[in-house]
Design a protein around this ligand. Structure first.
Ligand SMILES: [Zn+2]
Length: 464
């Protein structure tokens, strides 16, 4: 055990609290986010939630919340953090909120064929704040441990280098990308695919808290696959929610009270759960949840629980240039939409990217984003607000001074895909300019470096 911070004061007590707040809408039909074209849900297949964990080492408090949403922008998350700070006193820069990236939740951010659902953001803000506040109120003396499992079965690179001329190639005026050698989701039967464009991170990383007498209280897990999807139309927390239910069952505790699991998205910008080398590949959210839960249980078995560990958190804001469309491209796109689409929803890649080009024409030249690093003893969490590639996550983990590091994407905002510069040369969906991919080509190395510096900053004072 690491000693308490002061030799004179009473020993500091480590506390943890968890909470779960339902965010399933009651007004149907409702737009969902994540699909390229307009998608409407008429019912919920399973509940959507905000899940929160507050940690307190007696001098520093940090709050982590994971929300069943595809993407939530920084303005919405900041508004929720401000409300939570007013009640708890935890500074907003010690709060991490991340979206799971389920593709079957109400649209909270306008992108591609689905505009943000009116009223849903206003519905979300007090519930995001409420989950943090409730977790803070629920704090009890606790022990904390961490561990790592592995699940290679459901994380595969979804970008493939293709035979010349066989990758999708929408008009460059609408995507900003003239060359496309890479293609997303080429299909298992596609014989034109040559090789994946990058590595994937197969780790299942787990941070767990339990009561001082050893009863499970909560856990935060992380896995780097995009999402699993649903077989019938409707809202769903996807495998993220199912994983949390499976973990509660496996640990023999009731979900919600006293136990809450949080499942966060790792670095899945270029990865999903389909093995494109297998002709009859099968997956669904239940299979993915089961496999990831099995890996998390392995991680938990090896975890050693500490009575007290130091907490630290650092946040940095940085600005990046936006890949804005030129005036000429915006004009071409506007004319095309007026002639071919009119008021109806967009139906394909070409129409969608024309619409994105018009929507981005008056965007600012720069966007400010938030990066964070959290320290929980010898365990760390690094965050980006982008759909981050596996190679970036692996590099952040490799350079981290901590025994175990979790990398969480779509945290504290949603600033689109983050392809490394060499991936722009290959083109493909994630590099195409849209409200889902717009940071400057050189953003990835700068973000990777800044996150590395933040990890070093929170590691200060840590024994090597
Ligand atoms: Zn996605």
């Amino acid at each position: 055990m690491i000693g308490a911070p002061s030799c004179h004061a009473a020993p500091a007590i480590f506390r943890a609290g968890v909470a779960l707040v339902d965010i399933t809408p009651t007004n149907f039909p409702i737009h969902t986010a994540g699909n390229l074209t307009l998608t409407v849900a008429h019912k919920a297949l399973d509940p959507l939630n905000v899940r929160a964990l507050v940690l307190d080492d007696g001098r520093t408090q940090i709050a982590i919340a994971v929300v069943d949403s595809c993407m939530v922008d920084r303005e919405t998350m900041d508004a929720a953090k401000a409300v939570a700070q007013r009640v708890t006193g935890i500074p907003v820069e010690r709060m991490l909120i991340a979206a799971t990236h389920t593709h079957t939740a109400p649209a909270a951010y306008s992108c591609h064929g689905n505009d943000a659902e009116p009223g849903y953001v206003e519905f979300l803000i007090p519930r995001l704040a409420g989950a943090i506040i409730e977790a803070w109120r629920n704090r009890v003396p606790a022990r904390v441990g961490w561990g790592k499992g592995d699940c290679a079965q459901f994380v595969h690179c979804r970008r493939w280098i293709m035979q010349p001329g066989t990758a999708q190639n929408p008009p460059a005026a609408f995507t900003g990308q003239a060359t496309n050698i890479a293609m997303m989701n080429p299909g298992c039967a596609n014989t034109n695919k040559i090789r994946p464009t990058g590595p994937v991170d197969t780790a299942v990383t787990v941070l767990a808290v339990q009561t001082v007498d050893g009863k499970p209280l909560g856990l935060l897990a992380n896995y780097s696959t995009h999402y699993a999807g649903v077989s019938e139309a409707g809202l769903s927390a996807d495998y993220f929610g199912e994983f949390c239910r499976v973990m509660a069952k496996e640990l023999g505790v009731a979900e919600g009270k006293p136990f809450v699991a949080l499942m966060s998205n790792g670095t899945s910008g270029d990865a999903n759960c389909v093995d494109f080398t297998q002709p009859n590949w099968k997956h669904d959210r239940f299979m993915v949840a089961r496999a990831v839960a099995d890996a998390a249980l392995v991680a938990l078995k090896a975890a050693r629980y500490r009575d007290w560990v130091p907490l630290a958190m650092a946040e940095q804001k940085c600005s990046f240039k936006v890949r804005r469309p030129s005036l000429a491209d915006a004009t071409v796109a506007r004319d095309y939409l007026a002639k071919s689409v009119g008021d109806r929803p967009t139906r394909n890649w070409e129409e969608n990217y024309a619409r994105e080009t018009v929507k981005m024409a008056d965007w600012p030249a720069k966007k400010e984003i938030k990066l964070q690093a959290l320290r929980i003893g010898d365990f760390a969490i690094a965050t980006t607000p982008c759909e981050t590639y596996g190679s970036t996550g692996l590099a952040i983990k490799q350079a981290s001074p901590f025994a175990l590091t979790m990398v969480m994407e779509l945290a504290n905002g949603c600033n689109g895909y983050l392809p490394p510069p060499d991936q722009f040369e290959l083109g493909g969906y994630t590099t195409w300019r849209a409200r889902s991919s717009y940071l400057e080509v050189g953003a990835e190395p700068k973000i990777r470096e800044s996150v590395g510096e933040l990890l070093k900053r929170v590691a200060r004072g840590k024994k090597p």
